[in-house]
Design a protein around this ligand. Structure first.
Ligand SMILES: *[C@@H]1O[C@H](CO)[C@@H](O)[C@H](O)[C@H]1NC(C)=O
Ligand SMILES: *[C@@H]1O[C@H](CO)[C@@H](O)[C@H](O)[C@H]1NC(C)=O
Ligand SMILES: *[C@@H]1O[C@H](CO)[C@@H](O)[C@H](O)[C@H]1NC(C)=O
Ligand SMILES: *[C@@H]1O[C@H](CO)[C@@H](O)[C@H](O)[C@H]1NC(C)=O
Length: 448
C-alpha cells in the first residue's frame, strides 16, 4: 500500500442567488445526467443500481497543483480517454473554488460521467497532528464555498470530506474532527436547500483501524453519520485472487454495514498490472457490499501509477496499464438486477477505545460559531488555491456538540437550484446520512 497524500479541496465561487428565470431553468448546468442517490448500502441512478467505474484524476499531483476541471481544453482531451476506458466517474482531489467549472462539468455529463470531489486543499484542510485548531470557521468557509461551486451540477456524485487524514493508529484521535467536518458539510448542503449530495470520507489503506473508522463514520445520531464510506486499497497485486488479496475478508467484515462502500483508490503496481481485480469488484461476490471503485490514477506523476503520460506538448500517450484496464473493464459487465445489495441500511455501533483506536466517547466538537452562521448566510467567496491557509487561522471550535445539533432545522429559501433532478432538501428524518470528513490526500508521493 502506499501513503500517497494529497489533499483535496474544492472551492466554490460565491453564490449570489437570484430566482432563475424560466429560461435559466432550461439551462441546467451539466444536468443531463440523473443525480445519483443512496438507498440501503448502494448507489442508484433512478431505480438502477449504480457502480462506480472510475479513475482518480489530478494531473500535476499535489506538487504542481492545477484544477483539472477549470480548463476545457485539457478536460475534454482527457474525457476522450475516459470514454475509451468505459468510465462513468472521476475523482478529483483538489479544485479552485473561485474558478468556473461549467464547461468541464458539462463535458463530463455529455460523456455520461460523474464527479466525486474532495473538498480540501493543501492550504485549507485539517491538520492530523493538531486537529483542534485546524477545525475552524475559515477552513469550513472554504469547503462550504466548494460545495456551493459544485452543488448545482447533477453529475456531482459525492463529496469527500477528507482523504487519509488518519494514516496510522496514532492519528486516530483526529477522527472526531473528520466526523465533525462531515456532519457540517451535510448540514450545509441541507441548510442551503441543495440536492442531497452524498458526503463521506476516504480512508487510507490501513488494516489496523479500517473497520473502526468505517463504524465510527456511521455511528451516532443521523446528523453525524456519513452517506457512504470509501477506502484506498492496494492489496490486490496481480497475479492474485479474491482470497489471496484478502478481498474475501473485506467483504465478510463489511457485510451488514449500512451505507455504500467503494474503493476510492485501487490498482497495486508491484507487478505488471492486468487489473484482474476488476472482474472481482463488479461480480456478485463483492457487489452485495461494494459499489465499485476508482483506479489510481489517470496520469503518470512520477510514481508509476499513471495510465497515460501527458506529454510536454499536451498530447496523451496511453501506457500498457491503460490498455489493460480498458480490456478488464470492457470484459466485466455489472451484475444483472440489484447486485444483491442490502436495502435495509442503518447505523453501526461506535467502536470502543483500544490500542488501535484512540477515541474515547462518541461526542464531537461543536461547529465553530462563525461557520454555524453560514448555514443561513451562505459561505461567501472561497479562497481558491492561493489563499493564506486555514490551519492556524483562529475561530476554532470551543465546545462539544449536543447530539442532533447537526440536523437541518431551516432551509434557505433565497435561491433555487436550476439543476435537474434536484431532490428534497435534507430533513431531520433518520435515513442514511452521515458525515464526511476533511483531509488531504497527497497525490503521487511515496509509496511504500
Ligand atoms: C446555482 O444555480 C442557481 C439557480 O440557477 C444560481 O442562482 C446560482 O448562482 C448557481 N450557483 C453557482 C455557484 O453557479
Ligand atoms: C490519544 O489521544 C490523545 C488526545 O486525544 C493524546 O493526548 C494521546 O497522546 C493519544 N495516545 C496515543 C497512544 O496516541
Ligand atoms: C477482518 O476482521 C477481523 C476481525 O476483526 C480482523 O482480524 C481482520 O484483520 C479483518 N480483515 C480485513 C481484511 O479487514
Ligand atoms: C442488512 O443491513 C442491516 C443494517 O445494517 C443489517 O442489520 C443486516 O444484517 C444486513 N443484512 C445482510 C444480509 O447483510
Amino acid at each position: 500500500m502506499k501513503t500517497v497524500n494529497a489533499f483535496a479541496a474544492l472551492a466554490a465561487a460565491t453564490s449570489v442567488y437570484a430566482a432563475p428565470s424560466s429560461t435559466e431553468q432550461l439551462l441546467p448546468r451539466a444536468s443531463t445526467l440523473p443525480a445519483i442517490t443512496v438507498k440501503g448500502n448502494a448507489f442508484f441512478s433512478g431505480s438502477s443500481r449504480f457502480y462506480i467505474r472510475g479513475v482518480d484524476y489530478q494531473p500535476g499531483g499535489s506538487s504542481q497543483l492545477v484544477d483539472p476541471l477549470a480548463d476545457s481544453t485539457t478536460c475534454t482531451r482527457d474525457i476522450a480517454e475516459f470514454t475509451k476506458l468505459g468510465l462513468n466517474t472521476v475523482r478529483v482531489y483538489t479544485v479552485d473554488n473561485t474558478a468556473n467549472h461549467d464547461a468541464c462539468m458539462a463535458a463530463l455529463a455529455a460523456a455520461g460521467m460523474y464527479l466525486v470531489l474532495d473538498v480540501n486543499t493543501p492550504l485549507y484542510s485539517l491538520n492530523r497532528a493538531t486537529p483542534a485548531p485546524s477545525y475552524n470557521s475559515v477552513y469550513l468557509q472554504n469547503i462550504f464555498a466548494t460545495i456551493d461551486a459544485f452543488a448545482n451540477y447533477t453529475n456531482t456524485l459525492a463529496f469527500f470530506s477528507g482523504n487519509e487524514v488518519i494514516n496510522d493508529d496514532s492519528t486516530t484521535s483526529a477522527a472526531p474532527y473528520v466526523k465533525a467536518v462531515t456532519r457540517d458539510m451535510r448540514q450545509y448542503i441541507g441548510s442551503r436547500g441543495y440536492r442531497q449530495i452524498p458526503v463521506g470520507y476516504s480512508a487510507a489503506d490501513v488494516d489496523s483501524n479500517r473497520l473502526e473508522m468505517a463504524e465510527y463514520m456511521n455511528c451516532g445520531t443521523d446528523d453525524e453519520r456519513s452517506d457512504f464510506f470509501a477506502f484506498n486499497d492496494y492489496s490486490w497485486c496481480d497475479p492474485s485472487s479474491f482470497q489471496i488479496s484478502g478481498w474475501d475478508q473485506k467483504v465478510k467484515n463489511f457485510t451488514g454495514y449500512g451505507i455504500p462502500i467503494f474503493l476510492s483508490e485501487y490498482g497495486c503496481n508491484t507487478n505488471t498490472r492486468k487489473f484482474e481485480e476488476v472482474a472481482a469488484l463488479y461480480n456478485t461476490e463483492m457487489t452485495g457490499v461494494y459499489s465499485g471503485g476508482l483506479v489510481y490514477e489517470y496520469s503518470e506523476e512520477g510514481s508509476k501509477y499513471g495510465l497515460v503520460t501527458i506529454n510536454s506538448d499536451g498530447t496523451i500517450t496511453e501506457g500498457a496499464d491503460f490498455a489493460a484496464l480498458k480490456t478488464a473493464l470492457a470484459g466485466t459487465a455489472d451484475p444483472t438486477g440489484d447486485g444483491g445489495y442490502n436495502s435495509t441500511g442503518g447505523a453501526s455501533g461506535c467502536p470502543l477505545h483500544s490500542a488501535n483506536w484512540n477515541v474515547t466517547g462518541d461526542s464531537l466538537p461543536a461547529i465553530p460559531s462563525a461557520a454555524a452562521a453560514m448555514m443561513k448566510t451562505g459561505a461567501g467567496k472561497g479562497f481558491g488555491l492561493t489563499g493564506l491557509g486555514s490551519q492556524n487561522a483562529g475561530g476554532a471550535s470551543t465546545g462539544t456538540a449536543t447530539a442532533g445539533s447537526g440536523s437541518v432545522t431551516a432551509t434557505s429559501t433565497s435561491k433555487k437550484s436550476a439543476a435537474v433532478g434536484r431532490q428534497s432538501p435534507f430533513d431531520a428524518t433518520p435515513v442514511l446520512v452521515a458525515g464526511v470528513a476533511i483531509a488531504f490526500s497527497f497525490l503521487g508521493a511515496c509509496l511504500l
